[in-house]
Write a protein that binds this ligand. Sequence first.
Ligand SMILES: Cc1ncc(COP(=O)(O)O)c(C=O)c1O
Length: 448
Amino acid sequence: MKSQIPLCDFVEQYAKSSPLRLHMPGHKGNPVLGPEALDITEIEGADVLYSAQGILLESQARAAELFGAGRTFYSAEGSSLCIRAMVYLALLYSKETGRQPKILAGRNAHKTFLTSAALLDCKIQWLFPRNRENLLSCPITPEELDTALSEESAPIAAVYLTSPDYLGNRVDLTGLSEICKKHKTLLMVDNAHGAYLNFLSPSLHPMTLGADLCCDSAHKTLPVLTGGAYLHFSTKAPASLISMAESALSVFASTSPSYLILQSLDYANQILAGNYRERLARCITWTEALKQQLPDLQPLFRGNEPLKLTLAPKEFGYTGREVADFLQKRGIIPEFSDPDFLVLMISPEISEQEIKRLQKTLATLIPRKPIPNQPPLPLRPETVCSPREALLSPQEEKNVQACLGRILGTPTVSCPPAVPILVCGERIDKTAIACLEYYGIQTCRVLK
Ligand SMILES: Cc1ncc(COP(=O)(O)O)c(C=O)c1O
């Protein structure tokens, strides 16, 4: 029978054979932190990540099968690498098919999207949905996308959406993908937070719901080392796009991919093909039970993504940061907090006892007087020049207060999870200043 984990098997055999390692890395397999014996490079037999023909090709094919994708490529440099490749691919595709070199993107895009588009000279048009409530979410509806795409004089390269977002909100990818098909544009999804969605019944993964391509940070939700990610192409994605994928990834990737991370992705295939679905379903049941056992907090949970516990605790008298401190003092370490939200990430690697411990700890939080203030939200900042022009212009650093009316030069000023408050090329107005101060940003780089 064929190995389910060809890469792990190869490296294990190699390490056991006590080779004289006259190749990189310099540790030569001797333990310093521990895993060095398994930390190899692209030696004979280990395949080459973006010209894969051997065990990496096999391993990636196994991942594609598990995710119901047409093709899957590994990244040892997170979704960030995949996002750069997606933007580049959208541009190449637009040139090949005569589409406008332009991407319509949800405004809650991770900053890597913005920097890649700026450096690649790809035009971005931001999607600002009617029901936008905070910087981290972009609840764009199919109708809104239809309207935005109908305003284009010719088909554009792609639509780029982040789903789920950092707070655990998913958009209606099924409906949105229909609209993209109607307008003959690619749908690219930043699914960094949703690799596990494929293993729900039914699957809620972008590959199932109609996206053409998406990135998943395997490391964010699956038992994979930090840095492990996938770039998936759907079974219906244009063949020409898939044929450019390896070369697009290699434009941005390190020529020394971490084989520890690649083995972790390889090993994940075995885990995901095992009883992962059952463990995931159990873990979701425990997480739902936690919410129900916290009747005072239950209405304050946000989002529709089952492994994220996102609390909006101001109604309960706390900022997100205060609840984070409260938990931290009791040995429970959150993923993220800001004045408005606390984000806790659950996974099947957490036990029922641990989820109960969290529930019992949250149950000791004493209610206080609600905190009334809402975060300021820059609505549609004025674009003065393109992000690329701003990024490549001379800049100076100024205190936020002195930036009124100036044009932002840094790629983004982001609230903590790297979502732009403003993007470079936009004018800093009063609301933007209030927002920057709200998120504790003290200085900005502005155009000279
Ligand atoms: C929505 C989103 N997209 C992309 C990324 C980048 O992913 P990675 O850290 O895997 O490069 C992040 C990181 O937090 C993210 O939150």
